[in-house]
Design a binder for this molecule. Structure first.
Ligand code: 6PG
Length: 256
């Protein structure tokens, strides 16, 4: 297993714990570096976390410095921003319309681009510009939130995907099982983060989580295993349902 794991009782505590961690890292980063840059996970699991952040209780008495927080996405579906499947729309509804974050701080992926390769190129250009990257330099996010699919994918890095070996910052990928394109950050970016947090909930993830955290490492089969930050933390935040197949030795965290 790479990283550490913390097991919490249920989805509500997963959301609360994740929001509190987001808030702590944000306050620390802004205090140290004047800004906090995070890439958000899509899908359904993190929605409650974003709603907990919007509620404003995750940072105790201290309001979050939204004007110093820059939000990106780890991946996006090949749909317009108002589409029900859009990760941007999910975050907008759960968080962005409820906190005073400046529009310029929101760096959504252009899922509406007819050619997803254009969307990936735009994301790459925006990373280079907003992080002020030199040639061949990777952006270093303060936090990247990730989910994990029951097939072991993360972001939009799916089993067998060529994006797993990409040297670019972002890729457009065809996902055969879903018959759709996606746009995703690459392992090069994810593994350059200061902190990566996986949010995994539900019994349908239990067997995959057992295999992903097990001793057999095969990132082409389980892309989540490719996430090994070179100089950063990796935390697996799982509810008891998702963690129920883990051996007791793997259950380093105890339910909060
Ligand atoms: C997406 C996500 C994807 C997601 C996993 C888990 O665009 O769907 O980026 O990687 O995190 O599929 O999704 P759930 O949280 O819905 O189980």
């Amino acid at each position: 297993m790479f990283g550490s794991i913390r097991i919490v009782p249920d989805r509500a505590s997963l959301a609360r714990t994740g929001a509190e961690l987001f808030a702590r890292l944000a306050l620390e980063a802004v205090e140290i570096r004047g800004t906090f840059r995070a890439a958000l996970a899509g899908g359904s699991t993190p929605r409650d976390l974003y709603e907990a952040l919007a509620a404003g209780t995750a940072s105790g008495e201290r309001p979050l410095p939204w004007s110093d927080i820059q939000l990106y996405w780890g991946d996006e579906r090949h749909v317009p921003p108002d589409h029900p499947e859009s990760n941007y729309r999910m975050v907008k509804e759960a968080l962005l319309t409820r906190v005073p974050i400046p529009g310029a701080n929101i760096h959504r992926i252009r899922g509406e681009e007819p050619d997803p390769r254009i969307a990936a190129a735009h994301l790459e250009a925006e990373l280079i510009e907003t992080f002020g990257l030199a040639a061949n330099e990777s952006p270093r996010f303060d936090l990247i939130l990730l989910g994990m699919g029951a097939d072991g994918h993360t972001a939009s890095l799916f089993p067998g995907s060529a994006a797993l070996e990409s040297r670019r910052l972002a890729e457009a990928v065809w996902v055969e099982p879903l018959s759709t394109h996606r746009i995703t950050l690459t392992p090069r970016v994810i593994n350059n983060a200061r902190c990566v947090v996986f949010l995994v909930a539900g019994t349908d993830k239990a067997e995959t989580l057992r295999l992903v955290l097990g001793d057999e490492v095969d990132p082409r089969r389980f892309p989540a295993q490719i996430v090994r930050p070179v100089d950063g933390d990796c935390l697996w935040l799982a509810d008891a349902a998702a963690a129920r197949r883990l051996p007791s030795s793997g259950r380093e965290g105890t339910p909060a």
